[in-house]
Design a protein. Structure first.
Lengths: 289, 792
């Protein structure tokens, strides 16, 4: 592990200044649970490493009028235990709690899990179905993008060289909304997900679906939504048969690869299984919230 | 309690001697010695990205010129040892010369002032490859028209060492004929036949392989290593590879080590580090990374078995026909011919007619070495599964058919060997009982389906090698054992101490073990084949008896008695036929000073030294006149046995398997330290759960896809049953020639785990896995195939 320069800015402004000066050969260090491994294996050889660990404001979690704000540097352990994440927001807790082991969660961050842009990141599908917005600060000001539009490929995001993710905003959810994330892996949470499925369902008084979002992890270059399945379910009562149809559509609409965790065929089969479980459980949750 | 009972430590769970130093982090592993050396060089190795390729050119000039680089080793260097084969040294830790034959093979090695510089240097090396056809699938490699693992024009063909090749990649074969198999199949009422495959796996011990080689002026080396067999493996290899080093110029020390399971039986890191130390006249440290542990240190040998069994209506198995192929990987030399794995199909059941055709084949994959169980977990996977199929066809229960057919003590196995110790019947009954095999599992209507299964296993022990031990009786009356056996975690230091304390009838606190330093401790081969308790243990007992004999002589002389009138116990010499009742051992040693003359006899400060040497009885020639049928009255040494029972849950939607309850039983001979035996059972069971349902090498484009611990899935506590459902029992049949009638036991426990789980899966969901590991994907495919065929 070797790099020429290491910075530890104290404020977001200072950090953005450093980023703009250093150009493209920079890596930001959040929890480091992915970055340090890649630095050590020499898979990444950046000129400069900028740590975000000395900027306290990045770790803040606060409930505001328009939703819940979670700082990019909030540790996954804290997110997984946050008492502010109630009701349909619990899906964010679940995702954070599903990442690896306790030791990793103690240091890894919610922002890092997104910026690492792994298609199988456990926190992302839940944030995507929750309609999370990524708040970005750069040299030329602030901008916000919908998290599902934040990713451009494996390991790639919309962040420019001089930009950083500072927080997530999770909008408020409607009554009778249930959201569930299921991670499927061989060795429980210590494994990277073979697939991850998040589903959010909002029902009306007649128990018809007024809003539904399905997000799949580990089956495409980025976390994806399944608009065709969502359209099928909208405005209808969720029956076993309908859910099964949606699960089949989800399975057919993803484009997984074969890797050391599973073959693409198995991933598609698992999408079918877990979309079914997620939708059933989300509908049940919706009755509670 | 009599004195004798107090000092009988056999069968007592004495605490491990190394428990505090390991638990507190004080134990020193080889890497802890790096800090002693200010002139330390670090080794990094560039490895082949291709399964098979011609090396067109290597340009290492920029690496050699990089400041901080001390030496660069290439396969074409003149001082490479064992470079007798044209394209690559037969020592597979050396850099390759003309071609690479597996992805992960060394190509260029660099020793530099720091790991960083060494890594940087490797990035400057330019290698031009010309990719060649490769074969990683052992069934493909075995075919007569297969792609050749090596390039034939480079002069090495299959069949090294005079063996007639039967295909381009076939290394050797072992064939046995016992009785008349074809006639027996004709007489059988039921015949079953199936093909089985067991996968490629790595032992994955916690400590990566490595060593430090210290250079001495005058050309000697001290090797501090976690390699196995300081004398029998490491030193012997170094002496034969580097003729300029004489025996007194090589010292090998093995400090505390973190596991081996057979992986370190091949000295992979030491020879290259020695070469670099000799070149640079400096101390060199070479440690494999975890990735290299998978791609560049030995795996097991996968096994393909085609097995056919014939039985009478009453369940008596009368015929066995097997074709078995061991996949030795990209190994040029080697002793592989199918004999090791096929031994598992000869030692459990009494079958009067057996035809065995076994082979070893090369593939373009990581070369193999022993993996706990020596290929028997891979071959008995076939036998135990097929016995279950047979039982179903015969409408017999799995316990009954096994009890009916297992070898009994005094019977002769298919090799022609008489079985001297077998406790398998009790082992089987105990596992069947523990999981209530007769009581079907309750199903709950959910996606998890439940089932139970049992299996049996046997494993031979090697007749190879010898062990020596010195027993020092110090002038304070304390005992010190000098031994060179490996301590790979099994607890042998403690059991040897128990044996010595029992021989001397002395408090165990007075016995200490000094181990594994070729300058101090006498010869031993290696810690493998579960041999240490038996072979080293017997040597220790002989050494103790020799020392006791010397003490008796000295004590008798002191009071004017013959040694037969002396008994040694409790740190004293007791006499009969004298007015003196006893003398403390310590008082037998005369004090002496600078001015003392005539210092004969026992002196303070100089211990009595007892010597023990033990060799197992030799095997009878495996080939040659009188043994054309492959049979012999002594093929191996003794056999260890085990049985396993499991209750499992299978998820019909995902194919996942959960082990809910398990029972492992082991015939260990008389256990010296039951707690340590139980620890071995539990560790072995978890390791076997791993390779039964999860961990294996996966290949894509001829390369291992999962050479890291996040993708090479070893079991964790999450994969093991709750403590109350994790059961084990020691059910010994004493071994007549074992030390205190003990035998080794670390391997048989591995073998029945997979097939018992497979039987449970069949009971749960009606599919029979034939391929190990039984991953979720493979099980789900079987379930889907069954659904499709049921729908027809």
């Amino acid at each position: 592990m070797k790099f020429n320069a290491y910075y530890e800015p104290k404020t977001v402004e200072e950090c953005v200044q450093i980023l703009s000066e250093q150009g493209s050969d920079v890596k930001m260090l959040a929890g480091g649970t992915d970055l340090v491994i890649r630095l050590r294996s020499r898979a990444l050889k950046p000129k400069t490493v900028v740590s975000l660990n000395a900027i306290p404001e990045l770790s803040e979690v606060s409930l505001k009028e328009d939703g819940l704000y979670i700082g990019a540097m909030a540790r996954l352990m804290d997110v997984s235990k946050s008492e502010l994440l109630t009701g349909a927001w619990k899906i964010v807790k679940t995702g954070a709690g599903n990442v690896s082991s306790m030791q990793v969660r103690n240091i890894a961050t919610l922002g890092g899990n997104s910026c690492n842009a792994s298609p199988s990141a456990d926190t992302v599908p839940g944030l995507v179905v929750s309609g999370a917005i990524a708040n970005i600060v750069g040299k030329n000001g602030n901008r916000s993008v919908l998290l599902e539009e934040f990713f451009t490929g494996p390991g790639k995001t919309v962040l420019a060289d001089d930009e950083m993710l500072v927080s997530f905003k999770i909008p408020k959810y409607a009554d009778k909304t249930g959201a569930v994330y299921k991670k499927y892996s061989i060795r429980g949470d210590t494994d990277i997900a073979i697939i991850g499925v998040a589903g959010k369902v909002t029902l009306n008084a007649q128990d018809e679906v007024v809003d539904v979002k399905i997000a799949l992890g580990g089956v495409a270059p980025t976390v994806i939504r399944v608009p065709k399945a969502e359209a099928l379910l909208s405005g209808k009562k969720l029956t076993d048969q309908l859910i099964e149809e949606a699960a089949v559509i989800a399975s057919e609409s993803c484009t997984p690869i074969t890797d050391a965790r599973a073959t693409k065929e198995y991933r598609k089969e698992m999408v079918k299984v877990w979309v079914r479980h997620v939708l059933k459980d989300a509908a049940q949750e919706a009755q509670k919230n | 309690m009599s004195d004798c009972e107090k000092t009988n430590y056999i069968g007592k769970s004495v605490q491990r001697v190394d428990v505090y130093e390991k638990a507190t982090g004080k134990a020193k592993y080889f890497e802890d010695y790096q800090v002693q050396y200010r002139d330390l060089l670090h080794v990094k190795v560039l490895r082949s990205p291709h399964a098979h390729a011609k090396i067109v050119s290597i340009d290492a000039s920029a690496a050699e010129a990089l400041p901080g680089v001390a030496t660069v080793v290439k396969g074409s260097d003149p001082d490479i040892a064992w470079a007798d084969i044209p394209y690559a040294s037969s020592y597979y830790g050396n850099p390759a010369k003309d071609e690479v034959i597996w992805a992960g093979q060394a190509v260029v090695a660099v020793a530099a002032e720091s790991i960083e510089i060494a890594e940087q240097a490797l990035e400057l090396v330019k290698v031009v490859y010309e990719e060649l056809p490769y074969v990683v699938d052992q069934r493909e490699a075995f075919k007569a028209d297969a792609v050749s693992v090596t390039s034939p024009e480079l002069g090495i063909a299959a069949g090294y060492g005079g063996v007639q090749p039967e295909g381009p990649n076939v290394m050797g074969s072992y064939k046995l004929t016992h009785g008349d198999v074809e006639k027996a199949f004709a007489e059988a009422d039921v015949i079953v036949e199936e093909e089985y495959q067991a996968g490629k796996k790595s032992t994955s011990q916690i400590e990566c392989n490595g060593s430090i080689v210290e250079y001495h002026e005058g050309g000697g080396v001290t090797i501090i290593t976690n390699g196995c067999g300081v004398h029998g493996v490491v030193k012997n290899h170094i002496l034969t590879m580097y003729p300029q080093l004489s025996s007194n110029k090589v010292r090998v020390i093995q400090p505390v080590t973190g596991g081996s399971f057979g992986n370190r039986l091949f000295p992979l890191v030491e020879p290259l580090a020695v070469l670099m130390a000799l070149r640079t006249k400096r101390t060199v440290s070479y440690v494999l990374t975890r990735k290299e542990m998978y791609t560049s240190s030995p795996s097991n040998w996968p096994v393909y078995t085609k097995l056919k069994l014939g039985a009478k209506k009453d369940g008596t198995i009368i015929a066995e026909k097997l074709e078995l192929v061991e996949d030795a990987g990209a190994q040029i030399r080697g002793y592989f011919d199918g004999r090791l794995s096929s031994s598992g199909l000869m030692c459990v059941y009494n079958i009067p007619n057996v035809q065995c055709d076994s082979y070893a084949v090369r593939t373009n994959t990581m070369p193999c070495a022993p993996y706990r169980g020596l290929g028997c977990a891979e071959s008995e996977w076939a036998m135990e599964n097929l016995i279950d199929v047979l039982a179903e066809k015969l409408d017999m229960d799995p316990l009954e058919i096994r009890l009916k057919n297992i070898l009994k003590k005094g019977e002769t196995n298919p090799y022609g060997e008489k079985v001297t110790s077998i406790g398998l019947g009790r082992c089987l009954e105990a596992v069947a009982d523990a999981i209530n095999i007769d009581e079907p599992c309750q199903q709950d209507g959910g996606p998890w389906k439940y089932g139970k299964g049992i299996a049996a296993a046997g494993k031979q022990n090697t007749p190879l090698g010898r062990a020596e031990a010195d027993c020092l009786v110090h002038s304070d009356g304390s005992i010190e054992l000098l031994v060179s056996c490996d301590e790979q975690g099994m607890g042998v230091q403690t059991t040897l101490r128990q044996m010595a304390a029992t021989e001397f009838q002395i408090d165990i606190e007075k016995v200490k073990v000094t181990r594994a330093d070729t300058a101090i401790t006498p010869y031993d081969n290696f810690g493998a084949s579960s041999r240490t308790t038996y072979t080293t243990g017997n040597a220790v007992i002989i050494a103790c008896q020799d020392a006791i004999d010397q003490l008796k002589e000295a004590a008798g002389r002191k009071v004017g008695l013959a040694k037969k009138q002396v008994t040694i116990k409790n740190g004293k010499a007791y006499f009969v036929g004298s007015n003196i009742e006893s003398i403390d051992i310590a008082d037998l040693y005369e004090p002496f000073s600078f001015f003392t003359q005539q210092t004969w006899g026992l002196l303070k400060g100089t211990p009595v030294r007892g010597r023990g040497v033990f060799c197992p009885a030799p095997a009878v020639e495996w080939f040659g006149p009188g043994h054309e049928d492959g049979r012999t009255p002594r093929m191996w040494n003794w056999y260890q046995y085990s049985a396993f029972g499991a209750e499992v849950a299978v998820n019909e939607e995902t194919g996942q398997i959960k082990i809910l309850k398990l029972m492992s039983t082991a015939d260990t001979g008389n256990p010296i330290n039951p707690k340590l035996v139980e620890g071995q059972i539990d560790g072995g069971v978890i390791m076997a759960l791993g390779f039964s349902i999860m961990d294996h090498h996966m290949f894509q484009d001829g390369k291992m896809m999962n050479p890291n611990m996040s993708d090479y899935r070893l079991p964790t506590t999450l994969e093991t049953p709750l403590q109350k459902n994790f059961m084990r029992a020691i059910l010994p049949d004493p071994l007549p020639d074992g030390p205190f009638n003990a035998k080794g036991m670390a391997e048989s426990i591995m073998i029945p785990v997979g097939p018992a789980i497979a039987a449970a899966i069949y009971q749960a969901i009606g599919v029979r896995p034939t391929e190990m590991p039984m991953t979720a994907e493979r099980v789900l495919k079987l379930i889907k195939d069954k659904e499709a065929s049921d729908a027809k």
